[in-house]
Design a protein around this ligand. Structure first.
Ligand code: PMP
Length: 402
């Protein structure tokens, strides 16, 4: 995959004028290939006009671009229709949209939502806001000590009041690839729909929402080589049709009067205001980019790199790796002896190695693991075994300092 590194100018940077950048913070955000940045620049320079409302040439061209980007996303997820593809600002907004809108329509005081112990804050707090508003309650699927969902317990969490299950496809801390198809099968057997948080799966392997049969699927553009500020909510039409708008404004209406307003068709009902139509182009080019390389090739490369990293890291004295031994993806959280994660992150940075440290927006999971934070290395298609070696050598240097 090394040839693709040239598409990412930032990877040529030297850090502190000294070390070539080793960027291992891809779970937080990936770097952007030229193809994405150039398509966005081109749109600003040559096409820019507000979408959907204009009769003039540029507005129509910008609208066509945005709608063809929606088709690109549909294909990427293998959704049945572009009506089911809603552009949002990212995973967080997608989950909040479902919480507020689905909650408003389908939940009452005393109803329940099932999440898991390994969720990102966006898949916890969004439901807690609904809890405060409607009086719903949260039930939590526990995890095993090696970071896998306890599906045996999931069965027991369903009651007559369960309205939704919302789980991560891949954990941003443990790298666990959750058996979402099984979660969906169990939930559907209880007549309960499922939201899958795909923030950490879409960058790493092919996703097929129809095969998975999820009811909602959320992901962020910036984690899959696209621009910041744009993401997607996929939802089955039968749910989206019944759900009320999330925000009010332009684009999402058919007619407005002071007495009565009617709402636009899907997906526009959920896209109030001027969308980031340049970012949607960037996102589509990013999805084209990874599709041209092949999601299966990317997955194979990253799985290999993750296994290599696990093996190499385990040679470090005092190394503790969190999460499962296999069936994991592109994310390795670890701790070395009693070296504080912040010290480790700061000192590795001085060697030009970027990792993430802290609670990774998953404080309940940190509590379950019995730590305040971890060090996390996460991989993308452009990372190499040499960079894993640099990480391990860097950790050894830090360890010797302590
Ligand atoms: N869910 C998971 C599993 C994540 O890793 C992240 C980002 N760290 C999010 C949700 C939130 O994504 P965003 O900040 O792009 O909305």
């Amino acid at each position: 995959m090394k040839e693709y590194r040239n598409d990412f100018p930032i990877l040529g940077r030297k850090i502190y004028e000294k070390y070539p950048l080793v960027y291992l913070d891809n779970a937080a955000t990936t770097q952007k290939p030229r193809q994405v940045v150039e398509a966005m620049t081109e749109e600003y320079y040559n096409v820019n006009a507000n979408v959907h409302r204009g009769v003039h040439f540029l507005s129509q061209q910008a609208t066509d671009l945005m709608e063809s980007s929606r088709e690109t996303v549909r294909r990427f997820l293998n959704a049945g229709s572009t009506s089911e593809i809603i552009f949002t600002r990212g995973t967080t907004e997608s989950i909040n949209l479902v919480a507020q809108s689905f909650g408003e329509k389908f939940m009452r005081e005393g109803d329940e939502v099932i999440i898991s112990e390994m969720e990102h804050h966006s898949n916890i707090v969004s439901w807690q806001l609904l809890q405060a508003r409607l009086g719903i309650s949260l039930r939590v699927i526990p995890i095993t000590d090696d970071g896998q969902l306890r599906l045996d317990v999931l069965e027991k969490l369903f009651t007559g009041r369960t309205r939704l299950v919302s789980v991560a496809h891949v954990s941003n801390v443990l790298g666990t690839v959750n058996p979402v198809a099984e979660v969906i099968r169990i939930s559907h057997a209880h007549d309960v729909p499922v939201l899958v948080d795909g923030a950490q799966s879409t960058p790493h392997f092919a996703v097929d929402v129809r095969e998975m049969d999820c009811d909602f699927f959320a992901f962020s553009g910036h984690k899959v080589y696209g621009p910041t500020g744009v993401g997607v909510l996929y939802g089955k039409e039968r749910w989206l049709e019944q759900m009320p708008p999330y925000m009010g404004g332009g684009e999402m209406i058919k007619t407005v009067s002071f007495e009565r307003t009617t709402f636009n068709d899907l997906p526009y009902k959920f896209e109030a205001g001027t969308p980031d139509y340049v970012a949607t182009t960037g996102l589509a080019r990013a999805l084209d980019y990874v599709s041209a390389i092949g999601m299966d090739r990317i997955a194979a490369h990253e799985r290999d790199l993750t296994q290599y990293a696990m093996q190499r890291l385990q040679t470090v004295e005092g190394m503790k790796i969190f999460g499962p031994a296999d069936n994991r993806d592109a994310v390795v959280s670890f701790q070395v002896g009693d070296i504080h994660h912040l010290d480790m992150g700061t000192l590795l940075d001085r060697l030009g190695i970027a990792i993430r440290t802290g609670h990774h927006c998953a404080e309940p999971l940190m509590r379950r693991l019995g730590v305040e934070g971890t060090c996390r290395a996460s991989f993308a298609l452009y990372n190499t075994r040499e960079e894993v070696d640099a990480l391990v050598e860097g950790i050894e240097r830090v360890r010797k300092m302590f």
